[in-house]
Design a protein around this ligand. Structure first.
Ligand SMILES: NC(=O)c1ccc[n+]([C@@H]2O[C@H](COP(=O)([O-])OP(=O)(O)OC[C@H]3O[C@@H](n4cnc5c(N)ncnc54)[C@H](OP(=O)(O)O)[C@@H]3O)[C@@H](O)[C@H]2O)c1
Length: 265
């Protein structure tokens, strides 16, 4: 079924992508910072699904680490290997599906916030997505097949701080990439989840107690809908009827009203 590379595969949506892809018999390359956790996930996936799993520890806010992941994405199947999860002969298989999923909330206001945090967020959610998409698209177009799935957010339609701006970039970038890739056999999809139960809000120390349960999505559903849309070649994927409706309202609303909704951090 081919090899999928998932960034942010230790938790939340990325972990769920890894499980659903492994269940669908994809071999995997798992990327995140927490190496022990990556190894633990890899061992569980190998044992439960019998797929090959490579672990690639990388901090996607660090350009050299992003480049190591890009090098793995450029593999066309001809290169000699030698690391765990590779072919017995040593050749690493080309990646047929890239899931640019890693991300985090900055959880601060822009004006008085920490600029380093802002730059890290930009590097993880914009720069890394750009570099990894370029590496994957080049290899995939040369082979005439493949798919890139970028994880955006419904926040892209709001005036919700730099996080919303990064996700708006992801959406526009992915739509442009999809247009450029037309006819190549390679597709690009952006999934725009609404609030989803993961580690995202706890990591950001965000108090979500005021948000009604009806506003929350479950990761398995978000991931299943996103992967179904990738298989169908859908460019803009918005899991759940609730968030399809919310997105339509946000698109139709006057921008002054959207800005007045408040500042999501
Ligand atoms: N949850 C939501 O409500 C929601 C809604 C819309 C969109 N999203 C988007 O969904 C994506 C996944 O988020 P999630 O909700 O699943 O969050 P999560 O549970 O906190 O998981 C985030 C993942 O990203 C990895 N990560 C964070 N910083 C990284 C870095 N510098 N380098 C490499 N990996 C890094 C983390 O692994 P390590 O800590 O091991 O590095 C972890 O595996 C993000 O792009 C997020 O913006 C989430």
């Amino acid at each position: 079924m081919g090899t999928a590379l998932v960034t942010g595969a230790t938790a939340g949506l990325g972990l769920e992508f890894a499980w659903q892809l492994a269940t669908a018999r994809h071999d995997l390359v798992l990327v995140a910072r927490d190496e022990p956790r990556l190894e633990e996930v890899a061992a569980s996936l190998r044992a439960a699904a019998g797929v090959r799993v490579e672990v690639l520890r990388a901090d996607l806010s660090v350009p050299d680490d992003v480049e190591r992941v890009a090098q793995r994405l450029r593999v066309t199947g001809q290169e000699p290997g030698g690391e765990a999860g590779q072919e017995p002969g040593g050749a690493r298989r080309p990646v047929g599906l890239l899931v640019n999923n890693a991300g985090f909330a900055t959880s601060q206001h822009f004006v008085d916030g920490d600029l380093d945090v802002e730059l890290r967020a930009l590097d993880v959610m914009v720069r890394a997505v750009l570099v990894l998409s370029r590496a994957a698209a080049g290899q995939m177009v040369a082979r005439g097949r493949g798919a890139i799935l970028n994880v955006g957010s419904v926040a892209a339609l709001t005036a919700g701080g730099t996080y919303a701006a990064h996700k708006a970039w992801v959406r526009t970038f992915t739509e442009s990439l999809a247009a450029e890739l037309k006819g190549t056999g390679v597709t690009a999809t952006v999934v725009a989840p609404g609030f989803t139960h993961t580690e995202f809000h706890a990591r950001a120390a965000a108090d979500m107690s005021g948000l009604p349960e009806v506003a929350w999505l479950q990761a398995p559903r978000v991931v299943a809908e996103a992967l179904a849309d990738v298989r169908r070649g859908v460019v803009l994927s918005t899991p759940s009827l609730r968030y399809k409706a919310a997105s339509a309202l946000l698109r139709a609303a006057p921008r002054a009203a959207v800005r007045a909704m408040g500042h999501y951090r």
